[in-house]
Design a protein around this ligand. Structure first.
Ligand code: TPP
Ligand code: SF4
Ligand code: MG
Length: 318
């Protein structure tokens, strides 16, 4: 069965005992540049969907605009390729009206931390049950090499050819500073085992799980993560008995730090420290309330929904 075929033919809940394989989640052929880190993120997401047996017609991917935001086209789930910076309000609206759906958000660094920054901060505070992926390549990729808030200071781009004037914004520190944020993690697309495991814990977290994925753009920022890719000694994996342990990465990534993800102060120190690259779950507090639990939208029957829609459309009758 293909997810889309099923999405078109069967009603929600119908396929409880269906077995979905990777190909059930494959959409259009990905058109990112060869070597783009988005390819490995797509593979990891498809693996997650299959391993969690997420029902395609009950899963939604919402994105903004950017190379990274082409994500929904490449999956056979529902998708909304929306407006630059506006993925989070769209996803929050979907989750509030349809809390039964599994909702993912995919954004670029420009999408999330620049034009969408206000939505990012308030979504973290509202804490709806969304899995939010920030694909951070340190540049505006789609619009061809423009400085973004996460571009390192001094890096030349088409908009700031003499080098970015400002120090880069740190998406982890910002997220950890927001009241009611409940899950903040960092992973890298060139370590697939870490990426997939991080996506799994993020998806299983109840509340907004914010995952910054370090993503290589070989066209515009090929050197951005080069040192960390070539020298695993620069990377420290965060481990905790309650979370990710990565025994399979012991050889390649021996540097480990035992970190309790409930310790917000320690998480902030790790996020702020510029000496090493820390990958793992920095913060997790499953007790923080989700917005859809606090502000319950009264469930409506199909007839009530249709009547409301008719009422709304009548306003535009000529
Ligand atoms: C309102 C609006 N402003 C600007 C743009 C132009 N625009 C499209 S994508 C983009 C930036 C994309 O960068 P990023 O979010 O980092 O994604 P990437 O392409 O790097 O994956 C910009 C400025 C737009 N489409 N809409
Ligand atoms: S420009 Fe960069 S981010 Fe965009 S598809 Fe190409 S490699 Fe990927
Ligand atoms: Mg970008």
């Amino acid at each position: 069965m293909t997810g889309l075929a099923c999405a078109l033919s069967c009603s929600a809940g119908h396929s409880d005992d269906a077995e979905y394989t990777l190909s059930d989640y494959e959409g259009a052929r990905a058109r990112w540049c060869p070597g783009c880190g988005d390819h490995s993120i797509l593979t990891a997401v498809q693996r997650l969907l299959a391993s969690e047996q997420l029902v395609p017609e009950q899963t939604v991917f919402v994105s903004g605009i950017g190379c990274s935001s082409r994500f929904p086209h490449y999956l056979r789930t529902y998708g909304f390729h929306g407006i630059h910076g506006r993925a989070l309000p769209v996803a929050t609206g979907i989750k509030l009206t349809r809390p039964d759906l599994t909702v993912f958000v995919v954004m670029g660094d420009g999408d999330c931390t620049s034009i969408g920054a206000a939505h990012w901060i308030h979504a973290l505070r509202y804490n709806p049950d969304l899995t939010v992926l920030l694909l951070d390549n340190g540049i505006y990729g789609l619009t061809k090499n423009q400085t973004s808030p996460t571009t390192p200071q001094g890096w030349a781009s088409n908009t700031q050819p003499r080098g970015s004037w400002l120090p880069a914004l740190n998406p982890l520190s910002v997220s950890l500073g927001v009241t009611n944020a409940s899950f903040v993690a960092q992973t890298a697309e060139w370590i697939p085992a870490h990426l997939t495991a991080t996506l799994r814990v993020a998806h299983r977290h109840k509340g907004l799980s914010f995952v910054r994925i370090l993503q290589r753009c070989p066209i515009f920022t090929p050197a951005l993560y080069q040192q960390a890719v070539q020298d695993p000694g620069r990377v420290t994996l965060l481990v905790h008995d309650d979370g990710l342990l990565f025994p399979e990465l012991e050889k390649a990534y021996p540097a480990r730090l035992h970190h309790d993800p409930r310790d917000l102060d320690a998480a902030r120190r790790l996020a702020d420290s510029g000496d090493r690259l820390y990958l793992g779950v920095l913060f997790r507090d499953p007790t923080r309330a989700c917005y859809e639990q606090i502000r319950r939208v009264a469930p409506r029957t199909t007839e009530e929904r249709v009547a409301l829609l008719e009422q709304e459309l009548d306003r535009y009758a000529v």
